[in-house]
Design a protein around this ligand. Structure first.
Ligand SMILES: NC(=O)c1ccc[n+]([C@@H]2O[C@H](COP(=O)([O-])OP(=O)(O)OC[C@H]3O[C@@H](n4cnc5c(N)ncnc54)[C@H](O)[C@@H]3O)[C@@H](O)[C@H]2O)c1
Length: 352
């Protein structure tokens, strides 16, 4: 079998994640790696026996890749994508695909015009339990949703600078914001967000919100709350999950882990565990047992290989998050940033 010739731009954390996947795939060959920091590119190159570059244009000229994985920080996007599209090289771009709407919408338009195969790194779209959640959303009208994502501070220097990372909601919690759009099949139309900067202390240059809470109205009528923070010092500080709530059922999603569906199990819960609900007559009743769905396989590997398969076959239909759609989740989270800055509700238009 002919192996697909891949290039990698950005040999940092996420570049390493993808490289580890490629090493396990027998239908790809990494033919070139590039990082503006030469040592990083050379370290990757030594692992997969290919040339290292510090200039992606030179790499393209020299190795003529059939597809590229772009894993550069949020503030570095632009010229790499414009050149990649001009050369008609299918591209996988890490999330968030940029911070400047003018720029990423122009890239989106060029992608459309070129009819180029693209994908983004919103890998939770490839979780094996997404069909369970989508089925839940089809069978029950979701009236409210909520997400909590609390964590620590990544060690990359750019993450701590709002102008470079976009802040936690844009850089990290975008995965969960995107999952709300994906599962509900709905688009956000208005957001209101509060951000705080009063918990994390003593990190030079740190200016991202360390806490934030956003309320969202979707075009389906559903309301949502998104809570995120980067102050965690221990896993006990939060129960990170997404909840999709209907009037008679709910589905809880735990990242990279199970889905628990309440309201569909036949057996009642033993002994009144879980949340209790006040009925109209004042009675408290117990939640029924949950149906638990465990994840299968590695969604990150599936995410990468789906893109590669699309390049091999010319059929992009299995790609769950093409560039064009990934743009919408950035617009969503950037609107929350705008609301934090202005203190006002902000309309979101993902159909731009
Ligand atoms: N999908 C996911 O789950 C996931 C997980 C982690 C990070 N990410 C995303 O990946 C992106 C990168 O994050 P990271 O943690 O790998 O950052 P990083 O700083 O560890 O690595 C990025 C690398 O890109 C290089 N670079 C920047 N501009 C370049 C250019 N023009 N040409 C060549 N190299 C260039 C930098 O020198 C750096 O080595 C971010 O957008 C982040 O949000 C996604």
């Amino acid at each position: 079998m002919e192996r697909t010739k891949l290039a990698v731009i950005g040999c940092g954390n996420i570049g390493r994640y993808h490289l580890n996947h490629f090493k396990k795939m027998d239908d790809v060959q990494v033919v070139g790696v590039c990082d503006v920091i030469a040592d990083r590119a050379e370290a990757f190159a030594a692992e997969v026996s290919c040339p290292a570059f510090t200039d992606f244009r030179r790499m393209y000229d020299a190795v003529r890749p059939e597809a590229v994985f772009i894993g550069i920080p949020p503030y570095c996007h632009g010229e790499v994508e414009f050149e990649t599209i001009a050369r008609r090289i299918p591209m996988f771009v890490e999330k968030p695909v940029g911070l400047e709407p003018e720029q990423f919408l122009a890239i989106r338009d060029m992608v459309r015009k070129a009819g180029l195969i693209t994908a983004s790194g919103l890998q939770l779209r490839y979780e094996s339990n997404i069909p369970v959640l989508k089925r839940f959303a089809q069978n029950h009208r979701i009236v409210e949703a909520s997400l909590t994502r609390i964590g620590g501070i990544p060690d990359t220097p750019w993450w701590k600078v709002r102008a470079q990372s976009g802040g936690q909601l844009v850089e990290q919690t975008i995965h969960q914001a995107d999952m709300m759009r994906n599962v509900m099949g709905a688009e956000p139309v208005e957001v209101f967000s509060f951000g705080g900067k009063d918990v994390v202390k003593g990190i030079p240059g740190f200016d991202v919100e360390d806490t934030s809470v956003s309320v969202v109205r979707f075009d389906s009528g559903a309301l949502a709350v998104m809570t995120t923070g980067c102050y965690a010092e221990g896993a006990e500080c939060a129960d990170n999950k997404l909840t999709f709530g209907a009037v008679d059922a709910r589905a809880d999603y735990y990242m990279f882990d199970k889905v628990a569906v309440y309201g569909e199990a036949e057996e009642p819960a033993p002994g009144g565990a879980n949340a209790e609900v006040v009925k109209g007559d004042g009675r408290m009743v117990s939640t029924g047992a949950a149906k638990i769905y465990r994840p299968e396989g590695d969604c990150g590997m599936r995410c990468d290989h789906t893109f590669i398969e699309a390049v091999q076959t010319g059929d992009p239909s299995k790609i769950q998050s093409p560039y064009e759609d990934a743009v919408k989740s950035v617009l969503f989270t950037l609107a929350c940033n705008e609301s934090m800055e202005t203190g006002r509700a902000v309309k979101v238009n993902t159909a731009l």
